[in-house]
Design a protein around this ligand. Structure first.
Ligand SMILES: Nc1ncnc2c1ncn2[C@@H]1O[C@H](COP(=O)(O)OP(=O)(O)OP(=O)(O)O)[C@@H](O)[C@H]1O
Ligand SMILES: [Mg+2]
Length: 245
């Protein structure tokens, strides 16, 4: 096993607002970790920092023992970090298959594409997320639940080690959420290290053995879901915003 990701004292400020405030934690290779916190807690910003979409003000990020703090998002994909977006971002005018093929053409995806053939690889990935029957249609006409699956398929296509899923359950019905839960379990069993930022707490807490809790940019708790929910700071962070755990 061993540690795959090390976050050391990272801080991100937007003007006067500190969106991520001196956050540190380690992620074990092959683990499945939740990241929760009320609206505006800093979850997406943290994912943006890990994936290189935002530059941090202080601290460092280490992946597989390499200091990637200054690496571009592209270079991080090459090292094996990929992410999905809270607001889904398919390439609307391409087919679903082509959306996945674009992921397969990224530096790490390409290596396996060359062995298997890019069409076959993309088709296998679409099958594994349950979208093979939608291969030839553009994502613009897909129901929202399928768009969330396509986001995950595109992320996997880059052949990552670490997958950051930003709000994979948001906007979905309970039944659709359960389909995504099963999909996440399946890809986790295939060996990926996964972090999931989320609001749908019941499903997320049942899915992950470890959860990080953020509030106002700070990491306020880290542990097993059953333990974390009993911590006063976590209760207050949610209650303070009128939310229930
Ligand atoms: N590009 C930006 N410019 C200025 N402020 C930003 C920017 N991105 C995020 N913020 C602010 O940083 C804080 C953290 O936002 P972030 O989106 O990371 O929270 P979150 O935990 O993902 O929230 P949500 O649960 O609503 O998705 C918020 O106050 C937000 O308004
Ligand atoms: Mg967010």
């Amino acid at each position: 096993m061993g540690v795959i990701l090390q976050i050391k004292n990272i801080t991100k400020r937007f003007g006067g607002l500190t969106a991520v405030n001196d956050v540190s934690f380690d992620i074990e290779r092959g683990s499945l970790v939740g990241l929760i916190g009320p609206n505006g807690a800093g979850k997406t910003t943290l994912f943006n920092l890990i994936s290189g979409f935002e530059k941090l003000n202080r601290g460092s990020i280490w992946f597989d023992g390499v200091n990637i703090t200054r690496f571009s998002p592209y270079r991080r994909v090459k090292y094996g970090i990929t992410r999905t977006f809270q607001v889904v971002r398919p390439l609307k005018l391409l087919t679903c298959l082509d959306n996945v093929i674009v992921g397969c053409m990224s530096p790490r995806g390409k290596a396996i594409s060359e062995d298997l053939g890019v069409n076959q690889l993309a088709s296998t990935i679409l099958s594994s997320v349950g979208l093979i029957d939608k291969a030839r249609i553009p994502p613009i006409i897909l129901p929202f639940g399928d768009l969330k699956k396509l986001e995950i398929a595109r992320a996997i296509a880059s052949n990552p080690e670490l997958v950051l899923l930003d709000e994979p359950f948001s906007g979905l019905s309970y039944e659709e959420q359960m389909v995504i839960v099963d999909l996440i379990k399946k890809i986790h069993n295939e060996g990926y290290t996964i972090m999931i930022a989320g609001h749908v707490l019941r499903e997320l807490m049942a899915l992950v053995p470890r959860v990080l809790v953020m509030h106002q940019g700070k990491l306020i708790a880290d542990g097993a879901p059953q333990e974390v929910v009993e911590e006063k700071v976590v209760y207050e962070a949610y209650l303070g915003r009128g939310k229930e755990l």
